[in-house]
Design a binder for this molecule. Structure first.
Ligand SMILES: O=C(O)c1cc(=O)[nH]c(=O)n1[C@@H]1O[C@H](COP(=O)(O)O)[C@@H](O)[C@H]1O
Length: 329
């Protein structure tokens, strides 16, 4: 079972990337979001109130904890219930940890560095009641504004997923924009690559950054194993702890913008699977040589199968089958 909290190995916490790679190998490359939308609470026969929120969210952890690579509570749906909702979020994080399941707290925070230090303290410090194994952050105040969170995550063995190419169509207006001829999203990927290259992973060897990313047509025609397969298999085994969010709905943007995700070295959280329309085909097309780094993320498509635990598990199993076929085949 993948440990859900940083576990001491000697005096160093085991980095998030290594723990995630282990969890993905055991359970498949899927993360289930806990997004207690009012409509889902109703569909489960629950009230849109704190008790409904609690039964829904803990029900998901009970059904899927210990059976999925990661759970991703969406903070917005807890915050909308006020401080009592945030208390439920704390319970959910603790319950997932007790079940041995990694948590990615989806908060998408971004602020000036001195304020980011406060967010880091909330989500990435040992002993904080809101600490998760990883958190989503927005780099749109500048990648460097994330520094306090990057540093604390590194110290405590936690992970960061930095928004690069989001799944919503509006994201392109900022993320595809050129900065000195380089797309903003490509600059963010470069920032993550630098972070991952700077960290020593105690459980795995360092890799050079130069992963081949394009299979030569001649090699393909000759039926040689693609060099990209070798690079991407290695990448999955040595995932860095700073990952990116790249939506599975982003079509050819990764290729069009010249973003080298294998070189980035971290995991790729890929939302957009299920309710937003992406499936196995999109996962394979969008991520190509970086597919083994991908943690496919889905919320409503699995949650809608509840409240019965067996139905939630079946929906998860179907998603894992699809993702495995697309990403690990
Ligand atoms: O960071 C995220 O998880 C995220 C990034 C992104 O680009 N798009 C995106 O949909 N998400 C989140 O992923 C979840 C998607 O939920 P479903 O559309 O129900 O699968 C929501 O919690 C979103 O906030």
């Amino acid at each position: 079972m993948a440990p859900s909290a940083p576990v001491l190995s000697g005096r160093q916490p085991v980095p998030f990337g290594a723990r995630l790679a282990e969890a993905m190998a055991e359970h498949g490359p899927v993360c289930v979001g806990i997004d207690p939308h009012p409509a889902l609470l109703r569909a489960w026969g629950l009230g849109d109130d704190v008790e409904g929120l609690r039964r829904f969210s803990l029900g998901v952890v009970e059904a899927l904890g210990g059976r999925v690579a990661a759970l991703k509570p969406q903070s917005a749906f807890f915050e909308r219930h006020g401080s009592a909702g945030v208390a439920v979020l704390e319970e959910v994080l603790a319950a997932a940890a007790a079940a041995g399941t990694l948590t990615v707290l989806d908060v998408k925070r971004g602020d000036i560095g001195s304020t980011m230090a406060g967010y880091a303290d909330a989500y990435l410090r040992d002993g904080s009641s809101l600490a998760a194994d990883a958190v989503t952050l927005s780099p749109y105040l500048g990648f460097g504004s994330l520094r306090p969170a990057l540093d604390l995550a590194r110290q405590t063995g936690r992970g960061i997923f930095v928004l690069a190419l989001t799944s919503n169509p509006e994201g392109a207006s900022i993320q595809h924009a050129l900065d000195g001829g380089v797309a903003v999203a490509a600059r963010i990927a470069e920032g993550a690559a630098v972070e991952n290259a700077a960290v020593e992973h105690p459980t795995v060897e360092h890799a050079p950054l130069e992963h081949p990313t394009v299979e030569s047509p001649a090699a393909a025609a000759a039926g040689d194993p693609a060099p990209t397969d070798v690079a991407s298999t290695d990448a999955a085994a040595r995932l860095g702890s700073v990952g990116l969010v790249v939506g599975a709905t982003t079509g050819s943007a990764v290729a069009d913008l010249g973003i080298d995700l294998t070189r980035m070295g971290g995991a790729i959280l890929a939302p957009g699977v299920g309710a937003q329309g992406a499936g196995a085909r999109e996962l394979a097309e969008v991520f190509g040589p970086a597919r083994r780094q991908v943690l496919a993320s889905t919320s409503r498509a699995v949650l809608a199968a509840g409240p019965e635990a067996a139905s939630l598990r079946s929906a998860l199993a179907a998603t894992v089958d699809q993702a495995r076929e697309a990403l690990q085949g």
